[in-house]
Write a protein that binds this ligand. Sequence first.
Ligand SMILES: [Mn+2]
Length: 309
Amino acid sequence: MTESAINPENDRETAYAGILSFLRFPYSRDLKEVDIAVLGVPYDLGTTNRSGARLGPRAIREQSSLVGEFEWGVWPWEYHLSDHHKVVDYGDVCDFTAYPERLTKELERTANEILSQDTALLSLGGDHFISLSLLRAHVKKHGPLALIHFDAHTDTWVDEDYNHGTMFYHAIKEGLIDVEHSIQIGIRTPNPNSFGLQILDAITIDGMSNEEISTAIRDRVQGKKAYISFDIDFLDPAFAPGTGTPVPGGATVMQGRAILKGLKGLQVVGGDLVEVAPAYDPIGSITALAGATLACDILYLISETLTGH
Ligand SMILES: [Mn+2]
């Protein structure tokens, strides 16, 4: 069980108390024999609308205590992550993140450091701009990656500015994304430039079963190494109001979870869950809870890749 567990009865801390690391995995920067690290990126100066995602990692960690890391694992996954892997919460990128240039450098350096020790990485945003630094680090290790991108927005706006609506334009320009095997799901805002990415927009997926959506993603990615970038605004504002740029007409949490579960077997080498802005969560921290749950599902997909399940 997790090293932070202190309750002698069931070897766990209660959900409403205790240390708030992600899924109660131990906080550690010692990556010796660590298979997967979870990293918080409390940055939101890349937002174009409402800010507040800098508080996302803290809110996600808090809600992750409710996700249900029971001794038999998280439903519908059939095992406890600790049965197969050593997972740690690495904490946050802690250099003062009020300067975009400094954040970019520090995040890339931190991600490189983690990945260079053969530790896989799941990152918690922060606004979506952080994905550019994360992709640079992952591509340095793995080569260009298939991007599986859940979002209301394509984030490929042609603009030399660096913000949370342009980072995938820059990532494509930098050759980080294997466009032929990449796909964007849930899009419901206009953008004339697809850059060759496949787009399953919100109306398209509304007419598909979750299994059909997963299959479409698998057909696109094939056996390529993939990176999952999950913007919480993929979900409808009814399920995720706590985000900077909500767009009505999105998916349910269950759709998101079922689609992710359907990606089991893909070579998911890393991922991020971004844009949770807890100040706009009106009650019950439902956005952060959805974010923690979906981040957990991505963690399991990374786990599946490492064990070759
Ligand atoms: Mn978005």
